[in-house]
Ligand binder design. Structure first.
Ligand SMILES: [Zn+2]
Length: 293
């Protein structure tokens, strides 16, 4: 099951909704379906539970039969076919049917408590969320006339959505994991919030470990490259007899380097008698490399 389906399943099973919120919830589901007008009221969805919920609500309000079509592609369409039934649905939310564009009727979202119920249903009707393993992304696909109204409601709960146009729809979306967690918490997807946070913590740790490992590997490569150049120089000096002419200090250092190619300059310095600083060791090794040329 996709993460999005999990969220929708949890939201559909959300219980203990007070009557005022229950109206706001039904309203959000129907208003943010594909069409909501005198001539057409329907929803397209890939989620069976959403289709069934839409059917139940539309039937209850229209007092008429509502058709649920299950396509072979796995998608669903739920459609209020009765003209009389559609008018009853519109009337239930304070519309006459003569409105020229779809706008939010704020009277249906009366109390603060109703905002979260309304947003829960809006997400069911037109929202999707990416699997947090892949990316942090939550979006709503809405008609132009509802875009600014929905943005305003999200602002009421301190969420600032970005927008883009895609095909004939407008997309309001969040990219930040914090905004997404805020939204999921608000609409009551508590189990999914825990899962989301768990994935996020895991990803953050993994990113930190990767960053650290990359850094250490780069350091190690540098140390090893330098060590190879130094041991090659010492071996050249040995082959052409110049090694024996080195000062005792340089000879001692060269010998330690040859026997310990993995040590850092600081570690080599510690092994010398008397000990030598990292830069002192570096200076002498540079001299050996010069001599070998
Ligand atoms: Zn309420």
């Amino acid at each position: 099951m996709s993460f999005c389906s999990k969220v929708k399943e949890e939201l559909i099973n959300f219980s203990d909704v007070p009557p005022c919120c229950s109206l706001a919830e039904m309203y959000g589901l129907l208003l943010f379906g594909k069409k909501f007008s005198k001539s057409e009221i329907y929803i397209n969805t890939e989620n069976k539970a959403v289709a069934e919920k839409y059917k139940t609500v539309a039937q209850r309000l229209s007092l008429s039969d509502v058709k649920l079509i299950n396509y072979s592609s796995g998608k669903y369409k739920v459609i209020a076919e009765s003209a009389e039934g559609r008018l009853k649905i519109l009337n239930a939310f304070g519309y006459s049917g003569s409105e020229r564009s779809r706008r939010i009727n704020w009277a249906n979202i009366n109390n603060d408590c109703c905002f979260s119920a309304f947003l829960r249903a809006v997400f069911l009707a037109c929202g999707t969320i990416s699997d947090p393993e892949k990316s942090y992304h939550l979006e709503f696909s809405v008609p132009y006339s509802l875009k600014n109204d929905l943005k305003r409601i999200l602002e009421e709960v301190e969420l600032e959505a970005k927008e883009i146009k895609r095909n004939n729809s407008y997309i309001l979306y969040f990219k930040g994991s914090e905004d997404i967690v805020t939204f999921l918490t608000l609409v009551g997807a508590n189990d999914c919030v825990l899962e989301y946070l768990g994935v996020k913590v895991f990803k953050d740790i993994r990113n930190n470990v990767n960053r650290k490992t990359n850094f250490e590997n780069a350091n190690f490569d540098r140390t090893l490259g330098a060590s190879l150049r130094q041991t090659e120089a010492i071996e050249t000096l040995k082959k052409n007899g110049a090694f024996q002419k080195l000062s005792p200090e340089l000879k001692a250092l060269a010998q330690i380097r040859l026997e310990n190619p993995e040590l850092s300059l600081g570690q080599i310095g510690q092994m010398l008698d008397p000990p030598l600083s990292r830069s002192g060791v570096n200076h002498r090794l540079q001299k050996i490399i010069e001599l070998s040329k």
